[in-house]
Structures are given as structure tokens and as C-alpha cells.
Design a protein around this ligand. Structure first.
Ligand SMILES: *Cc1c(COP(=O)(O)O)cnc(C)c1O
Length: 233
């Protein structure tokens, strides 16, 4: 077995045990393999091991990779998630080539994605990125502004608002890791109570996926624990 296949198997085990630990049903978490900085060969190796959902941060790199992987795995039901910062003049290729966007944090971006989503494709799945740790330099909508943005995004025709995403500050231990994830879960529960049909909490990365799953993550975004450490970006 390749290293990537072994890593995927180990993470699947971590996900299963974290779900059991928290009394959640098997299959309640989707693994998003974050392939930024790794080439199409690494992605194809993961595809051969059964992984179909991939997350990318850098648009041009992603577009090249999506084409190369499609050529190398014809017919595979791949799912591409955009998880990087979005510039408003780069929304069209995102709307055209991705299935999900996790990093919407302002209405203008959502409006452009909706306008530019090709008519022959399913609505683009959207998560709003929340600045849950309140760091000045990080992107994401402030927790107090999520409800207003969610209502506006949910009304756009070619998008399907699925839930919330966050990248908390790194935390030293398990209990500290849990706190921001619990806050994000409370936020999504408030939005549901307000009438939005949301099913997604995109939270947890290589270093904190157990804490995220215990707090209700439905998508974990894991890069280095699958592909190894990144040497640029
Ligand atoms: C890079 C990245 C990840 C994966 O991080 P790892 O620590 O390598 O697992 C997850 N989410 C986002 C938004 C990222 O940019």
C-alpha cells in the first residue's frame, strides 16, 4: 500500500473512533482531502485508494490539477471544494469548476458565484467562513454578522447554502481545541432555529480533527496527515 493510502486508512480510523466516542453515527463525517501544493499524481494515488473529495486553496494551481486528475481518472465521481481566500475578480472559474466553496464571507462574492454558476450545473454548495477566533488578520464573517449574511446568501438562486466553516487559532490541547468548534456549532444551530435548512459544519484539520468531530463536524479538511508536510505556501 502507498503511504497516501495508509494515511487515508489511518484517518478513516480516527474519524470512526471519534464518532463512536461522541455517540454519533458512522458515516456522519466526510473526509475532504486537502491537496494544495501536491501534484496530480498524489491526488490520483488518493483516488485509487477510494478518496473522491478534494480541497484546493489556490485557483490557478487547482484548475491545472482538476484538468490533470480528470484526464488521469476518467469517469471518477470527483468532488472539488474551494477552501482558499476568494478575490472577487476570480469568482467565475470557481463557479465553473468547483462543487463546493467553503470560504464565502461577503455578499458580493456570493452574488457573483450565483450569477456565474453555469445553468447546466447543480447549485454551488456554499459554507460561510466564520472568524470564530476573532483574529484581526483572518478572513471570515464576524459571528454577530453571520445570520444576516446567511439569510441573503440563502436567497440566491444558483447557490445552496449548506452551513458554516471555520479555521480556529491553533490550540495547545484537546479541551482548548473544542471551544471554538462548540461556538461554531452553536451558531449553526441558531441559524437552523431561524429556519435555514443547514446540514454542514466544515471544521477540523490534521491537528484538531478529533476535537472537531466530537463537537459535530460533518466535513473535516485534512491535508498534511494525508499527503505529508507542505514545502511551499
Ligand atoms: C491547508 C488547509 C487545510 C489542511 O490543513 P492540514 O493542517 O494540512 O490538515 C484545511 N483547511 C484549510 C482552509 C486549509 O487552508
Amino acid at each position: 500500500m502507498s503511504t497516501i493510502a495508509q494515511n487515508l486508512q489511518a484517518i478513516a480510523g480516527t474519524i470512526i473512533s471519534a464518532l463512536q466516542e461522541s455517540g454519533r453515527p458512522a458515516g456522519a463525517v466526510q473526509l475532504l482531502a486537502v491537496s494544495k501544493t501536491f501534484g496530480p499524481e498524489a491526488v490520483l494515488e488518493a483516488v485509487r485508494a477510494g478518496q473522491l473529495a478534494f480541497g484546493e486553496n489556490y485557483l490557478q494551481e487547482a484548475l491545472d490539477k482538476i484538468a490533470a486528475v480528470a484526464a488521469g481518472a476518467p469517469g471518477a465521481a470527483l468532488e472539488w471544494h474551494f477552501i482558499g481566500p476568494i478575490q472577487s475578480n476570480k469568482t467565475r472559474p470557481i463557479a465553473e469548476h468547483f462543487d463546493w466553496v467553503h470560504t464565502v464571507d461577503r455578499l458580493k462574492i456570493a452574488q457573483r458565484l450565483s450569477e456565474q454558476r453555469p445553468a447546466d450545473k447543480a447549485p454551488l454548495n456554499i459554507c460561510l467562513q466564520v472568524n470564530i477566533s476573532g483574529e484581526a488578520s483572518k478572513s471570515g464573517v464576524a459571528p454577530g454578522e453571520v445570520a444576516a449574511l446567511a439569510a441573503q446568501v440563502a436567497a440566491l438562486p444558483n447557490l445552496r447554502l449548506r452551513g458554516l466553516m471555520a479555521i480556529p487559532e491553533p490550540a495547545a490541547d484537546f479541551e482548548q481545541q473544542r471551544a471554538p468548534f462548540a461556538q461554531l456549532r452553536a451558531l449553526v444551530e441558531q441559524l437552523r432555529a431561524g429556519g435555514l435548512a443547514l446540514d454542514t459544519l466544515s471544521m477540523g484539520m490534521s491537528a484538531d480533527l478529533r476535537a472537531a468531530i466530537v463537537e459535530g463536524a460533518t466535513i473535516v479538511r485534512v491535508g498534511s496527515a494525508i499527503f505529508g508536510s507542505r514545502n511551499y505556501h
